[in-house]
Design a protein around this ligand. Structure first.
Ligand code: AHM
Ligand code: MG
Length: 332
């Protein structure tokens, strides 16, 4: 083969990227890399199953409900099983908490990490072929290795995350994650079966002209200031873009700039989104990209969780936009 042909790179695979960054986590001796590889592997299986939805009988409601009272889709449950099983086999995590489970599941008592996961977010969009996603956070356990895993191991502040990421099953499938050293995005190349680095060092614009909110809830917003902020957006003629699939909405705003808002409503007085499964992970990613994430009063990452399914209002995205929103809320 000609030397010039060998020189053409296929790009940096996720595996190579993880290995070349292993020196950042010397204390973990490869366990952490194993954990990220397990999540990536499970996401490829889930991606395959999502792409088959509609072709085989895996769509539609399973008829059961999760802790939040949401209708569980079969794919939610399948995704939950895929991620849990991959992490169980990999051995790096001692426990997993999932949006689809009432309580933590023990994986490997000798594992160092806790994984919090929303295996398939935006599941009401599954049946209509709209982008959906997986959201995950990784924490170091607080208890000693080999000892029983406790609920305190799971209920850590977002500031304690050692990694966070999401997988977007969209027009292409992407894995975007941070280990606290910036944010990198990888696009799945299905014929190679590899994630390839496509979006190195993602930075979110400090200011932009897109806002994402379910305005159908307007009459039931609990905080007055939300209306003032939305009026500002309209005066500025910002574009309203709302997919209703958190990962997709956040991903668009991460790449193009914008703010995502899910405020407290009369039906959801604590907000709709979960701290441990949705808000913390996305807040860590967006902050690492230079953005901001707030519950309207404080930084999402500093909320001290008291239960694994706890919810929060969420205002997240371009830093100047989130600051303006906080100012509007603080007037009342
Ligand atoms: P889910 O975890 O049950 O899928 O719910 C979370 C989803 C988010 O993806 C999305 O941003 C939000 O709920 C949409 O809520 P709404 O339909 O109230 O606008
Ligand atoms: Mg969710």
């Amino acid at each position: 083969m000609e030397a010039s042909r060998i020189a053409i790179p296929i790009g940096v695979t996720l595996d190579r990227f993880i290995r070349s960054n292993e020196s950042q986590y010397p204390q973990s001796v490869g366990d952490f890399s194993q954990l990220l590889r397990d999540i990536a592997l499970a996401s490829k299986v889930v991606n395959r199953e999502i792409n088959k939805a509609g072709l085989i009988d895996i769509m539609g409601s399973s008829g059961s409900h999760n802790t939040g009272g949401d209708d569980q889709q079969k794919l939610d449950i399948l995704a939950d099983i895929r991620f849990s099983r991959a992490l169980l086999k990999g051995g790096a995590a001692c426990a997993i908490i999932s949006e689809e489970a009432d309580s933590m599941s023990i994986l490997n008592i000798n594992g160092k990490y806790i994984v919090a996961i929303d295996p398939l977010d935006g599941s009401s969009n599954i049946d209509v072929n709209v982008s959906i996603g997986t959201i995950f956070s990784v924490y170091k356990r607080l208890s000693n290795i080999g000892e029983p895993v406790t609920i305190e191991d799971c209920l850590q502040c977002g500031t304690e995350q050692v990694a966070a990421g999401y997988i977007l099953y969209g027009s292409s499938t992407m894995l975007v994650f941070t280990t606290g050293q910036g944010v990198n995005g990888f696009t799945y190349e299905a014929t190679l079966g590899e994630y390839l680095l496509s979006h190195p060092n993602i930075i979110i614009k400090p200011e932009a002209n897109t806002y994402s909110i379910n305005e159908g809830n307007s009459n039931s917003f609990v905080q007055e200031g939300i209306h003032d902020y939305l009026n500002e957006c309209k005066v500025e003629q910002f574009a309203g873009r709302y997919i209703g699939s958190l990962v997709a909405d956040i991903h668009r705003n991460l790449l193009k700039g914008g703010i995502y808002l899910y405020p407290a409503t009369r039906n959801n007085p604590d907000g709709k989104l979960r701290i441990m499964f949705e808000a913390n992970s996305l807040a860590f990613i967006v902050e690492q990209a230079g953005g901001k994430a707030s519950d309207g009063i404080q930084r999402i990452l500093e909320i001290v969780p008291t239960s694994i399914h706890q919810k929060t209002p969420l205002f997240i995205g371009s830093s100047e936009m989130v600051k303006k929103l906080e100012l509007a809320l603080n007037k009342y």
